[in-house]
Each structure stands twice: as structure tokens, then as C-alpha cells.
Design a protein around this ligand. Structure first.
Ligand SMILES: [Zn+2]
Length: 493
């Protein structure tokens, strides 16, 4: 079901109501050898990605009117992208074809409105270097779009130096990608026409991944363009669904944190996000317990992190897992990952078997009652099923060192009170009894802003080794879930 991308009046911008994308509609091009500069996608692991467009809570797709690119726009686009010339004598309406997908992406670049003034950030997230006229920038560097029939794993698009054709891989047209994702891919590839190849990362969440890093964001290479375009969209796009803007903010942060050899300077702070029994979000200072109420939660359940993104797995197993937005931004109709799509297709009974889920930069772990299913290298996915020793039963994953996408080690609580170390270090899956001893059977432990906080019976505790001290809040006894959440000065100003 397609959904509204924009929160403004849809009639003003029918084309912006992007359709779902159908791979089957691709008519092939020729197989190409990938000797190219490409954008590599792996920051989220292969099972773990982008999504489709945002929907308003109240949006319905009942309109019989089709999404169309007006004839005048078809003619303007055809001046550069002559492949569309023979289609430019009429409006082009959504027929689910590759042409529609390419044209609607170009229209997104042409028509997204931004604030008149777009001040740069105080940190390195947004310089504004690429802020003006995305379409003009793109069309000055590329003049042909080709849907590649297939691509190597992890490649979403590519260009060849000096040739003005952008090849777009099938993955880019799946429902894991939104319009803003496709626009950032286009801007990224255009930047390669100015030079700026990538390198293999030597550190961080993308360590050892080919072409997955640039050296400095200040160099203004292709990954810098990716960060800039997501950040610009998140901060300055107008008439856009607020949840999609938060999604874009998180995407900017993932690239900034993971696609550069030298760390990007980002002014940020960290608090705990809590959910209460009455389905409200609160933001809590993990050092003082001071709390602030935010928006309503779509469901009670377990919140997992995917980098800065938050995904809820509801207690009510008839509900779907989805991205959540804590400050009343609404919802987006997209699956956060392939695994979440699989999960959402399951019966409530099947869903109930999953107890927890960890998404690392290049590994993941699914926790079931008596075993874990672990993929220690998402580039070459061998799945390991590891039993929890001694017949212990899983309660939840635990993050006493904080949630980190580059760490290969987390912990697991069991109903007996034993703690296990869960590791994919050296690409080897293991679950072993930990030396960690706790004074209470917590249901969650997270490190946030330098304090290790445990959740037990609706209350929080500051945990220091095997001792703990109550961390008083205004919602004591009401807390059902906690997760650390970062906020970023640029987006909050
Ligand atoms: Zn690239």
C-alpha cells in the first residue's frame, strides 16, 4: 500500500505520494562488470536497512487519482535525461515501471522544498556545501539513469569515472528505501563524478569493509554528501512528515559515525528513553533521574536499537514490529529490515518465540528461549545456532557497556539470574557464562551517559558491579522499558 510521504496537502504534490516499488517491472539492461566507484551499503548489515515512504497516521490512499509527473516536468527532465524524451508528450503516471521509479526519484530532487536559510551546524554534520538545488547538482554530472539488472551484494548504485550514466541496483528500488534514501544515493553518486573514491575502513563499525569509508567528512567526498543530504532533509525540508525527518536524522548520524576514517565531530548528548505502563514515553537523565514526558507509544513492548533508530517489538503479538518515534512525530510505514519483514509475516505464536534481537554493524543475534541464532559476518552469512548452556532460559540482552554497533560482545540475562557473554569476536559465535554478577534479576541493563542503569519492577537502579542504588524518578513503578537514546545539537536547536 503506498502512503503519503508529505504531511502537507497531498493535492499540491500528487507525485510525491510515492508508490511501492516492484522489482518485477524492471526490464533488464546488460550485465556489467563492476569496476566502479560505488556506494556500499552495509552499515546496517545485509539484513537491516532502509525502507519505504512515510505515511501519516490519518493518511489513506483512497484517492482514485493516480500519481503523475506533469507533462511540463517530463519535458524539463527530458532535456537532460533524454531517455525520457519519447514519454514527454504527456504526463507520466505511476505504472509501477522502472521509468516511474526513476522519474519519481528525480521529481523528489526537483520538488522538495527547504527553508530559505539553512545555517550550518556548529559541528561537522552540515556545512551546506551541497544544499542548493539538488537536481541541478545531479543533472550537471549525470544524464542517464539505468536500472542494473543485478549487482554484487551490498552495492546499491554505481557510476564509472567520466561516464554520465548512473546504474541503480535492484535493492535501491525495494520497499526498504524511501524517497529521501534514493535522493541521497543520487547525490552521492553525482559526487563521484568530481573524483572522491572510497577506501576500506580500518576501524569502527565498518572495519575491513571495502569502499565503505572516506577519510574526513571535511574533504566533502561522496559519504560527506550522503550525510549532508540526510541532515539537510532532516533539519530543513518543509512540508515533510515529521517521522520521516527523524528517520533521515538517524540515517545522517549512522553515516557520519560509521563511514569516515577520522571520527566526525557531532555535538550530542545521551539520556534514557523510558516507556510507562500507560504507554507514554519519557526521557530520563540517567545521572539524576530527572524525567520529561514525550509522546504516546504505539504499543508496549521491547525496543531495540539499530544504530540511532528505535524499533519496537510489541507485547501484543498481533501487532507488527516497526520504527518508533518518541516525541509525537507519528509513524512511518516501512520495515526497518528484512528480518523485521519476516517477523511481521509470522503468526502471533511464532512471533512470541523471539525474546530479543541485537543488530551490530556487521553481526546480529536473535534470542529465543533456550538458544541464540547468530550471524557473525553479515557479508558472508553463516548462521550459527548456539544453545544457552546448562538449559538456562533467556530473559533479555543486556548492555552494561552501552549499545555499540562496533562492539562484538553483549550480555544475556537468564531466568536463573545467571549472566552470559554473547560474542561474535573473530567472527566466531559463542555464549559462555560471564564473570558478571548482579545483585538483582534485572529485566534490562543499559549504560547511558556513563551510568549503568538497571530496570526492575518498574523502577530504575544505578548498577555498580554487584551493587545497585535506586535511581529515583517521577515515574517509579510505572516503567516497562528503557533504551538509551542520543540527541543531537544540530537537530534540536
Ligand atoms: Zn560511493
Amino acid at each position: 500500500m503506498p502512503g503519503f510521504l508529505f504531511s502537507g496537502a497531498p493535492s499540491k504534490a500528487k507525485w510525491q505520494k510515492m508508490a511501492s516499488f516492484r522489482l518485477a517491472s524492471f526490464s533488464g539492461g546488460k550485465m556489467k562488470v563492476f569496476i566502479t566507484i560505488s556506494i556500499v551499503f552495509l552499515f546496517l548489515s545485509s539484513t537491516d536497512v532502509f525502507a519505504q515512504d512515510a505515511v501519516q497516521d490519518s493518511a489513506s490512499d483512497a484517492s482514485a487519482e493516480k500519481d503523475c509527473v506533469p507533462q511540463a516536468e517530463m519535458q524539463a527532465i527530458s532535456q537532460t535525461f533524454t531517455q525520457f524524451a519519447e514519454l514527454s508528450n504527456a504526463p507520466f503516471c505511476n505504472d509501477g515501471s522502472a521509468n516511474w521509479q526513476l522519474l519519481s526519484s528525480l521529481m523528489f530532487m526537483r520538488k522538495t522544498q527547504f527553508s530559505a536559510n539553512m545555517p550550518q551546524s556548529k559541528d561537522e554534520l552540515f556545512s551546506g556545501k551541497f544544499a542548493k538545488d539538488w537536481y541541478g547538482y545531479f543533472a550537471a554530472r549525470l544524464n542517464r539513469l539505468e536500472a542494473a539488472p543485478e549487482c554484487a551484494k551490498g552495492i546499491i548504485a554505481f557510476v564509472r569515472p567520466g561516464i554520465k550514466t548512473m546504474h541503480i541496483c535492484p535493492m535501491t528500488f525495494t520497499d526498504r528505501y524511501s524517497s529521501v534514501d534514493r535522493a541521497t544515493v543520487m547525490m552521492h553518486e553525482a559526487r563521484h563524478q568530481d573524483g572522491f573514491p572510497h577506501m576500506t575502513c580500518t576501524r569502527g563499525a565498518r572495519k575491513d569493509v571495502h569502499k565503505a569509508c572516506d577519510i574526513n567528512i571535511s574533504d566533502g567526498g561522496s559519504y560527506a554528501v550522503t550525510v549532508e543530504t540526510y541532515a539537510q532533509f532532516a533539519k530543513y525540508a518543509e512540508g515533510i512528515h515529521p517521522a520521516l525527518k527523524v528517520y533521515s536524522r538517524s540515517a545522517a548520524i549512522i553515516y557520519a559515525d560509521e563511514a569516515f576514517e577520522n571520527p566526525v565531530r557531532i555535538n550530542r548528548s545521551e539520556r534514557l528513553l523510558a516507556v510507562t505502563k500507560d504507554s507514554k514515553f519519557y526521557s530520563i537523565n540517567s545521572q539524576t533521574g530527572e524525567s520529561k514526558q514525550l509522546g504516546a507509544a504505539v504499543a508496549l513492548g521491547h525496543i531495540i536499537r539499530r544504530g540511532p533508530h528505535l524499533v519496537i517489538f510489541p507485547e501484543d503479538k498481533s501487532k507488527k514490529a516497526e520504527y518508533i518515534f518518541a516525541d509525537g512525530e507519528g509513524r512511518i510505514d516501512q520495515s526497518p529490515s528484512d528480518f523485521v519483514s519476516e517477523y511481521n509475516a509470522q503468526t502471533p505464536e511464532q512471533k512470541a518465540a523471539l525474546i530479543d534481537y541485537h543488530i551490530g554493524g556487521q553481526w546480529n543475534a536473535k534470542v529465543f528461549k533456550s538458544s541464540l541464532t547468530m550471524v557473525c559476518d553479515t557479508r558472508a552469512p553463516d548462521v550459527a545456532e548456539v544453545q544457552i548452556p546448562d538449559g538456562k532460559e533467556a530473559i533479555s540482552l543486556s548492555y552494561p557497556e552501552g549499545y555499540s554497533r562496533e562492539s562484538y560482545r553483549i550480555q544475556l540475562f537468564t531466568s536463573s539470574g545467571d549472566v552470559f557473554d554473547v560474542s561474535c569476536e573473530n567472527k566466531k559465535a559463542s555464549v559462555t557464562l560471564s564473570t558478571t554478577r548482579l545483585d538483582q534479576k534485572y529485566t534490562r541493563i543499559y549504560r547511558a551517559n556513563n551510568v549503568v542503569v538497571g530496570l526492575l519492577d518498574g523502577k530504575l537502579y544505578a548498577v555498580e558491579g554487584s551493587r545497585s542504588v535506586a535511581l529515583q524518578t517521577s515515574i517509579d513503578g510505572m516503567i516497562t522499558e528503557i533504551v538509551p537514546q542520543q540527541s543531537f545539537e544540530f537537530f534540536n536547536q
